[in-house]
Design a protein. Structure first.
Length: 253
């Protein structure tokens, strides 16, 4: 079945509408992403929003779908078929190799308190693979809140739009000269950008303020990492010692 039929159509509408006022405590969040239909997804809780940071900054993931499809799956007891249930996974992702994965994000403590989640996970994995060739998994904070990886990914996400095309081109040229692997500090030493200036006009006159805290080299590198042009070592907090390398596709690992 084509991805468009599995939740990745340009006009996709989530099969479940996240309520902004719910009986149970949830904190719905609108997460902007160019990888989703409409330019955003609505997630039901902060943990899933953190998972979206991983998905949106991963260049191997080309499309993201919120509540992509209702899944019908059978349950069994010792006598055979017990009942047929329905579930709507919170997210779907399509990677650059055409592999589709549906996923839910459930805190670890809830999984431990509700053994039925493990049985449901196994049933969904079987049903989705047998019916559509789709993978299914459940994420929790042990997968999502790995530090300093998440801290670094947040930096990539925050900076990926804050770049100047001329700066990005200059960094590309510097990387070509340096050859990879290289360190962020080496790139910083190889280029020289003028300090950005904030200009404003008031009735009292025009004023210019140097934006010394702005780091165009870092922003350009974050942009290149977001698009998959380079790969950064996220095992340690980003610094001038961070290693820059060529990105390897998932299928090359």
């Amino acid at each position: 079945m084509l991805p468009e039929k599995l939740g990745f159509a340009p006009d996709h509408v989530p099969v479940f509408k996240v309520p902004w006022r719910a009986k149970f405590k949830t904190v719905p969040t609108v997460f902007p992403t160019a990888k989703a239909a409409g330019g955003h997804v609505i997630v039901s809780n902060p943990l899933t929003a953190d998972l979206m940071i991983h998905f949106d900054t991963d260049p191997a993931i080309t499309k993201i779908s919120a509540y992509p499809r209702k899944v019908i799956y059978p349950t069994y007891d010792r006598y055979g078929l017990s009942e047929v249930k329905e579930h709507s996974p919170a997210l779907g992702i399509l990677d650059e190799d055409g592999v589709i994965t549906y996923a839910d994000c459930i805190p670890y403590v809830i999984q431990k308190e509700r053994p039925g989640i493990e049985r449901r996970t196994e049933a969904l994995q079987t049903a989705l693979w047998d019916d559509y060739g789709i993978l299914y998994t459940v994420f929790d904070e042990r997968d999502i809140h790995i530090q300093p990886r998440l801290w670094n990914l947040r930096l990539i996400w925050r900076h990926h739009r804050d770049n100047d095309p001329e700066h990005v081109s200059a960094i590309r040229r510097a990387l070509d000269v340096l050859e990879l692997p290289a360190k962020i500090g080496q790139v910083r030493a190889a280029v020289s950008f003028r300090t950005p200036i904030w200009r404003t006009s008031t009735p009292q006159g025009s004023f210019e303020t140097p934006l010394d805290e702005v780091d165009p080299v870092f922003s350009a590198l974050m942009s290149l990492a977001f698009t998959g042009s380079i790969e950064l070592d996220t095992s340690r907090r980003f610094s001038d010692e961070t290693i820059i390398n060529h990105r390897q596709k998932w299928s090359d690992d």
